[in-house]
Design a protein around this ligand. Sequence first.
Ligand code: 13P
Length: 248
Amino acid sequence: MSPRPLIAGNWKMNGLGLDLDEARAIGAAVEQGTFGARVALCPPATLVDRMAQTLMGLPVSVGGQDCSPKAAGAYTGDVSAAMLAEAGARLVILGHSERRAGHGETDALVAAKVLAAISAGLEPIVCVGESLEQRQAGEALSVVASQLAGSIPSSIGDAAFAVAYEPVWAIGTGLTPSLAEIEAVHIALRSGLVQAFGDAGQRVPILYGGSVKAANAAEILAIPEVGGALVGGAALKASDFMPIIAAA
Ligand code: 13P
């Protein structure tokens, strides 16, 4: 049986205390409705604790957007997986393209972060995705397959994790791949997961992310291998996010 789809909101570097009103509204609406999806919100690290308090008892989990591969020590500015977990996070986004591109994160570093997250009891959402140049060169499938193989260590055992396919050129641009293109990448990722993890690889949710909004969510979420969505801009307001949750 496939797991429930996961709809996760990535607030990126957006959100101050006042914006917890939106999280509260999302939590209340998910609580009141009947939705097939699991829902998570990933605020900046400064809001994880307060958002977890805000959503206490409501069916929306909180996640981080990154964590250190290290457990503790002299790493100024970094936040460990255990710190996120203690603040109330249950998940953590890792290897987002904005971190791969803006902070030089390699597959090997992402893999080390995945292990750190799992040891702290967090569920990683591991992001992969090709650039526009790579897609135009016909390399999308090989790029994501190699990111997948390099970013998820085989030693994670049976720990829960998710993968997110986020084509870099579709993030924040309003552009999305065609449904057939999304399906082709998700099929390739599924086959990579099964190759690496056997039967357990069949059950790993593969989310799609990149300009997901109310208007395209239903058709994207209906693609057989799409197991949820990782949503940026449209997850900041309850009025934009709820229709996406309802579409799952
Ligand atoms: P947008 O939904 O704003 O395109 O962002 C996608 C994303 O990067 C989610 O992690």
